[in-house]
Design a protein around this ligand. Structure first.
Ligand SMILES: [Zn+2]
Length: 244
């Protein structure tokens, strides 16, 4: 069993008094358009997918006990506001949710918590970094250079919204959620998202993403998704070892 919310209260008490160090993972997603082919919940599928894999990989570990918290599935997501289905919350709401959820757990003795996020809109990432620091927990920062260097070329290029990288990950976990017929018809849309944002472009349409994707979704595959999940799981397991 790796889901925190599946435990009973006495089982949580046992966790705290056991010999294995408990580490809790908080997956964070967003509800926003991911092209005409991918689900709004793409980022949640990726965050929960890597957390579940890390917990599974460490399930028999003698030193740590990893449990996955319920996903925090709303984020700061304004860039896709022109498209149906984008649901944003404010920075203050996200900050409060993260600090209060982590604070409630820390107060009970769960001092080792890793926030795992796969929605990379700068306002969202900045809020999570601040909230994790304030709560005294760890934020696995996938866009930092040393982490990004281990991910795919498309991810590193910054052209990574609903393209080959993200679509492959969803295909590996929830193939039923990808419209593969539509994805196969989509031409590559190379956009350097960090550069476009640095130029002051504030939404997908201004960045030339008139169908809410960039990169190359037609190039996505289950094999790439599985391989990327392996790497994301490696990164997360290393982080867990670092905090335990
Ligand atoms: Zn995404």
């Amino acid at each position: 069993m790796t889901a925190f919310a599946d435990l009973t209260s006495p089982q949580v008490a046992e966790l705290l008094s056991g010999t294995r160090t408990p580490v809790l993972l908080l997956p964070v997603g967003a509800v926003e358009p991911h092209g005409p082919h991918g689900p709004l919940g793409t980022d949640e599928v990726i965050s929960a997918g890597m957390c579940g894999r890390a917990a599974e990989r460490l399930s028999g570990d003698p030193d740590v006990r990893v449990l996955v918290l319920p996903t925090l599935n709303y984020g700061v997501t304004r860039m896709g506001a022109a498209f149906p289905g984008a649901v944003t919350v404010s920075e203050s709401t996200l900050h409060a949710l993260v600090t209060e959820v982590c604070g409630a757990l820390v107060a009970q003795g769960f001092t080792r918590i890793v926030v795992v996020n796969n929605h990379f809109e700068p306002a969202h990432v900045t809020t999570l970094r601040k909230a994790a620091a304030e709560a005294g927990v760890t934020y696995l920062d996938l866009v930092r250079r040393h982490n990004a260097a281990r991910l795919t070329e498309e991810f590193r290029s910054g052209s990574c919204h609903a393209g080959r990288y993200e679509t492959s990950l969803v295909l590996a976990d929830r193939p039923d959620l990808v419209d593969t017929d539509t994805a196969a018809t989509l031409p590559p849309v190379p956009v350097d998202l960090p550069a476009a944002m640095a130029e002051g472009k504030a939404d997908f349409v201004a960045m030339g993403m008139d169908r809410a994707y960039c990169g190359d979704p037609a190039g996505a595959s289950v094999a790439e998704g599985q391989s990327t999940f392996d790497t994301l799981t490696d990164l997360l397991v290393e982080t867990i070892r670092g905090v335990a």
